[in-house]
Design a protein around this ligand. Sequence first.
Ligand SMILES: Nc1ncnc2c1ncn2[C@@H]1O[C@H](COP(=O)(O)OP(=O)(O)O)[C@@H](O)[C@H]1O
Ligand SMILES: [Mg+2]
Length: 243
Amino acid sequence: METFQAAARISTGVEGLDRMLNGGLIPGRSYLVKGAPGTGKTTLAMHFAMAGVSNGENVLFVTLEEPLDNLRADMLKLGFNVDDPRLEIIDATPASDNYVLLEDYFESFAKSLERLTDTIKQRMAIKRYSRIVVDPITILKLASGNEMDYRKSFLSFVKSMMKMKVTVLLTSELQRTDVEEYIVGGIIELRNFEIDGFMVRGIKITKFRGSDFDKALRPYEISDRGIVVYTDKVVNPAKSLPL
Ligand SMILES: Nc1ncnc2c1ncn2[C@@H]1O[C@H](COP(=O)(O)OP(=O)(O)O)[C@@H](O)[C@H]1O
Ligand SMILES: [Mg+2]
């Protein structure tokens, strides 16, 4: 007999990844997707966002690297309905008016992340979003002058999001992320390898608080259907050269 109530799960939008997560993400927490450029972080973030939209949820997508037009074009290619009113995209890329670093480029990351946190809170006061994407947080961290300020504001960001009971997906290109890893509820890593002269993509969950999960490095592909994870196969990095 089950003696505990299994936590409800929400879909990442990628079936195989949901299986690796024992059913999906635990809502109301923040998650980090780590991977080098080109590994598919933005694509995974789009799956996560659109899974919310097709579930009838309101979703806020903050883009800091891919300009709005590119993001929309990529989403359209994957067959997502970018005009669904449940999806709101904030363009905070360098060329846009919302660029969070532009005015005080030499000031700390803390202030920028605080501004982002405030912006999200303001939007939440108008409309209840249940999923938020920030893709990627890398640029904010790189602009940070002060490690302590950065840690404080990151912690405060995650706490604010938890208070609002929103599920957050953050992406990062940095190999070494420190404070984020302790604070988030889960980490999904996307890795590229070279095996026998071919590029092989591998996905691995390295942390998932409050749940068991698939510990294997599973192969995945990106195609015009988006990300497909093969949970019946394993990538053997011992045979590979790191890319
Ligand atoms: N239709 C497609 N077929 C094959 N690969 C694709 C397709 N669309 C995108 N990709 C691949 O997806 C990757 C880009 O994914 P993206 O989510 O932008 O990565 P990241 O955000 O980690 O930089 C690229 O390596 C690109 O080759
Ligand atoms: Mg990206």
